[in-house]
Design a protein around this ligand. Structure first.
Ligand SMILES: [Zn+2]
Length: 233
């Protein structure tokens, strides 16, 4: 065989390098496409799962709710009708150690205050440190809790023992149950469970804004509670 000249050898080496580089690029693009496709496919499947939910197959027990409706007043219970309900908004009271009734009474006390935005504060539900659920406003009326979403959401204020804003177990369990019940009642999927933070950017509920993973877990737990209520035929 004819011996290759140095130039020919270099040429061959360059061709090998170029072909290898092209191969690497092609493989990378191929894997990116595969990855994107699988993510898209998974999302599609998840969406299908949600849209396929037949809510008549589920039956979440109504949690124990103590009705202590506020007196109708311009500040905390305006008596305006909720036209439709598109979501559930979770809040924290930002008042460590206070209980459900104290927070409910704070909303009630706004009735004697001047008619201004600062006094327009309330919530459909307040969940206490022992898990007690107090309802302050009927579900067909609006509450003043979630800024732009007051008109189409149900609000839940949660008490918390300390400044971190983390809910204790009793509050957490009642919250999960209440959300699951609302998911069934309004035929919501878990995407309809949002934080005050998701509406206005306010750091509420603080702990679940600072710990995104805990918020995701909370939503998962609520959805699991809903799914666990599947009727056995
Ligand atoms: Zn809030």
């Amino acid at each position: 065989m004819k011996k290759l000249t140095k130039t020919q050898k270099n040429k061959i080496r360059r061709v090998i390098v170029l072909v290898s580089a092209a191969l690497i690029v092609a493989l990378t693009v191929f894997f990116i496409i595969i990855k994107l496709f699988s993510v898209y496919y998974k999302q599609g499947t998840a969406m299908n799962e949600i849209s396929k939910t037949d809510y008549s197959e589920y039956d979440v027990d109504k949690p124990e709710i103590t009705e202590m409706f506020l007196t109708e007043n311009i500040n905390s219970r305006p008596g305006k009708k909720l036209s439709k309900v598109n979501g559930v908004v979770v809040h924290y009271t930002a008042n460590p150690g206070t209980d459900a009734e104290a927070n409910r009474n704070y909303f009630e006390s706004r009735k004697d205050m001047p008619d201004n935005n600062k006094n327009k504060v309330s919530s459909h539900f307040v969940i206490g440190l022992d898990g007690t659920i107090i309802q302050c406003i009927p579900l067909d009326e609006i509450a003043y809790a979630s800024n732009d979403r007051n008109a189409d959401t149900i609000s839940i204020e949660c008490c918390h023992p300390d400044k971190s804003g983390k809910f204790n177990e009793a509050t957490y369990d009642s919250l999960i149950h209440l959300i699951a019940w609302l998911c069934k009642k309004y035929e919501f999927n878990r995407d309809r469970i949002i934080r005050h933070y998701d509406v206005s950017g306010k750091l509420c509920p603080l702990y679940y804004v600072e710990h995104e993973d805990k918020w995701e877990k909370l939503k998962r737990d609520a959805w699991k509670c809903f799914l666990n209520s599947k009727k056995t035929v």
